[in-house]
Design a protein around this ligand. Structure first.
Ligand code: 3HC
Length: 692
């Protein structure tokens, strides 16, 4: 065995050199790895006793891509194309032996090898698009030459990894070898290459899969059209399509040069910086400052859900999907029946779309039981209360649960706003109580705010986070305060949106500005979708807000065909002349002199107070880090990922700009705009949230 450098070593097995890369955790292509590959291949090539080379990785995976943490830093050492050239132009066959995930630059390294073998569990793919990038080491040029431009464009635009079996069908992988026997399998394959004198296959030279598409721009137009909606606001995707088109239209070297230029341009873009920030933020979010990663957690084998409404049903589905039995409890048979049938219908709809089999539907429904009595939850490990947002009701339930639940059971509330400590205080075991705040629709939205009470035990918190991961959520630890992180910040935006329509804007102006910013919809369209009558009562209404007036006129949102907007039979929204009049009359009655409001003011008034509130949340320790707040907003409210979330976005703008605007607003509009002390401090020190 010869050490090539600190992460690469060469061993000999007969005629074959095995170059092993080991750079945990994921063998990312850091400078050391790139050098290890280049030098290792060159050393093996120079050894007259070697007739073929196997490139394999130690640890959990083949190379999982470029080292993202190196992006944006000064470049040093051997470049990736240099390492790839050493392989592709090697005079001896190089076989990539793939396990785990061969992603991005890792897959591109495999694509310059002359052959590829993989174990059945291996996955391959080009996820660069998720980082606001396109593949930058020949992926957009070699993959189309291997599988054709359409399949390649689809793989590059989805960024999703594909399984070894699919790779074999496409010819991306030459042979599947037995699980757990990658090294032997790769050696046997390499021996065959030697024995049968198989050629040194260079994908760059292949033309058969791209030639039929040459001079057919309509193919790429169709791809562009099919993806335009999905990528609204994103920059990288059109460059990805251009690069695949180049693979069809241009000689390899020229296409590769253009790909590299586009990759480097995107690498420097704000969008890619933002998406790389999100990549690391999504991994940071699981780390809790005072709780060790190896803290023992409690088993969650059976879950109870109280309330079979929209939230309770959605919450239950998460656990059923993960194969965890759920008992759902309601107070009345009719409500229970309705809840259960909605769950079934949801699954059946999924099955109709072909995303689940009917057997899957029955398996999930088979894990679901129901009861009208809390006593049925006595053997549950985790009980989630999802009833009406009323403190008295919640306190009553937790008082009862305290007597019913088995010792050690975790008692969680799905409250969106209420004081989890006050709820915990109604039990004799506040250490077992926390909030698990799901977002609607709870079976779809990825965010879970895990609300840490003052007395929540560490093991309970760690278990809730682990459970979040198990059911495919992204868990964010938040502290007890009104609305936690997400809704607390949302309240700032809602207040300003309402104020703006009285001062001079119209609902569709506010919605357009926020939609153009990248939100899935604006606040008024959102209200119409959710229903304006949430929390509204016919008996108590007094025309005191625009929303009340709309409800009084039976404009209760999309479901009644009218709300802030008018809706046609296909639920397309149109600005409403009637609503305009209601707003103008209301403002006049309040003595408000309406004025022209610019789009810029709408944006600043809606978003800067949110950033300011985020700063207050950090100041009070209700979120662990600014990037956690970004994760909440991206995954719970559809904040555009390409801006990195509200806090990253504000850093990019310059916090001095945000502070100056807040001070200006405070001077004219009052205390709601008072800048947070943290914001002032950061600006005074010339720092950003990223420096905390
Ligand atoms: N660069 C740097 N660090 C990376 C990394 C990468 N490419 N991939 C993963 N890591 C780090 C993570 O940050 C994490 O660090 P932490 O433990 O300190 O938090 C650690 O490795 C383990 O990662 P995960 O927690 O994500 O582990 P999983 O086992 O859940 O997932 C994975 C493994 C599927 C490889 C996943 O990490 C992943 O998807 N990685 C990114 C892959 C990727 O995007 N590659 C393309 C990069 S861009 C590129 O290659 C450009 C090229 O075209 C030139």
């Amino acid at each position: 065995m010869t050490a090539v450098n600190s992460v690469a070593e060469l061993t000999r097995e007969g005629d074959i050199a095995v170059l092993t890369i080991y750079s945990p955790p994921v063998n990312a292509l850091s400078a050391n790895v790139r050098q290890g590959i280049r030098d290792g291949v060159k050393q093996a090539e120079a050894d007259p006793a070697v007739k073929a080379i196997v490139l394999i990785c130690g640890g959990r995976t083949f190379i999982a891509g470029a080292d993202i943490s190196e992006f944006g830093k000064p470049f040093s050492g051997v470049s990736l194309p240099e390492a790839q050239d050493a392989i592709e132009n090697c005079s001896k066959p190089v076989v990539a032996a793939i396990h785990g995930t061969a992603l991005g630059g890792g897959f591109e390294v495999a694509l310059v090898c002359h052959y590829r073998v993989a174990v059945p569990s291996a996955k391959l793919g080009l996820p660069e698009i998720k980082l606001g990038l396109i593949p930058g080491a020949g992926g957009t040029q070699r993959l189309p030459r291997l599988i054709g431009p359409q399949a390649a464009a689809e793989a590059i635009l989805s960024g999703a990894p594909f399984a070894a079996a699919q790779a074999k069908t496409w010819g991306v992988v030459d042979e599947i070898v037995a699980e757990g026997h990658l090294r032997e399998g790769a050696l046997a394959f390499a021996q065959r290459v030697i024995d049968e004198k198989l050629p040194l296959v260079k994908l760059r030279d292949r033309d058969d899969k791209v030639a039929p598409f040459r001079g057919k721009p309509e193919i790429f137009e169709a791809i562009r059209k099919a993806n335009a909606r999905k990528f609204r606001g994103f920059e990288a995707w059109t460059k990805a399509i251009d690069a695949v088109r180049d693979a069809v239209e241009l000689p390899f070297a020229e296409g590769a040069k253009r790909e590299r230029a586009a990759f480097l341009e995107l690498l420097g873009s704000m969008q890619s910086k933002a998406q790389r920030h999100v990549f690391f933020a999504e991994r940071q979010v699981w780390k809790i400052a005072d709780i060790a990663d190896d803290t023992p957690t409690l088993p969650v084998k059976k879950v109870g859900v109280i309330g079979a409404g929209t939230m309770g049903g959605g919450i239950s589905m998460n656990f059923l999907n993960a194969g965890i039995p759920v008992t759902i409890v309601e107070t009345a048979q009719a409500a229970l029946d309705r809840g259960l049938s909605v769950i079934r219908k949801n699954y059946e709809n999924t099955a109709k779309k072909g995303r689940m089999t009917t057997a899957d539907v029955e398996t999930r429904m088979g894990l679901l039981s129901s009861a009208l009595d809390l006593g049925a939850l006595a053997d549950c490990d985790l009980i989630i209360e999802a009833v009406f947002e009323d403190m008295a009701i919640k306190k009553d339930i937790f008082g009862k649960l305290d007597k019913i639940a088995k010792p050690g059971a975790i008692l969680a509330s799905n409250t969106s706003y209420l004081d989890v400590d006050a709820i915990a205080a109604t039990t004799s075991r506040p250490g077992s109580v926390l909030g698990m705040h799901f977002f609607s629709p709870a079976n779809v939205m990825r965010l879970l705010e895990v609300v840490r009470g003052e007395k929540t035990d560490k093991a309970v918190l760690a278990t809730a986070m682990k459970t979040a991961k198990q059911i495919g959520k992204i868990g964010v630890v938040v502290g007890v305060c009104h609305g936690f992180v997400g809704n607390r910040m949302l309240a700032q935006r809602q207040r300003e949106a309402q104020a703006l329509i009285l001062e001079g804007a119209m609902p569709w102006d506010v919605d357009r500005v926020l939609y153009d910013f990248g939100m899935p919809m604006g606040p008024f369209a959102m209200s119409d979708l959710a229903g304006l009558d949430i929390g509204w009562s016919k008996e108590k209404t007094s025309s005191s807000t625009i929303r009340e007036i709309l409800c009084e006129q039976d404009r209760r949102g999309q479901k009644t065909g009218a709300g802030f907007y008018d809706y046609d039979e296909n639920r397309n929204a149109k600005p409403s002349a009637l609503v305009e009049k209601i707003i103008l009359d209301f403002a006049a009655a309040k003595g408000i002199n309406r004025r022209e409001i610019s789009d810029q003011e709408i944006l600043e008034r809606c978003l800067y107070p949110m950033v300011n509130e985020g700063a207050k949340i950090l100041e009070e320790g209700k979120a662990q880090r600014a990037s956690d707040i970004d994760i909440v907003w991206i995954n719970g409210y559809g904040w555009p990922v390409y801006t990195g979330g509200p806090m990253f976005w504000a850093d990019g703008l310059g916090l001095d700009k945000v502070l100056a605007a807040m001070q200006r607003f405070e001077a004219t509009m009052g205390a709601a705009f008072k800048p947070s002390a943290l914001l002032e401090k950061l600006v005074a020190e010339g720092k950003g949230f990223k420096d905390l």
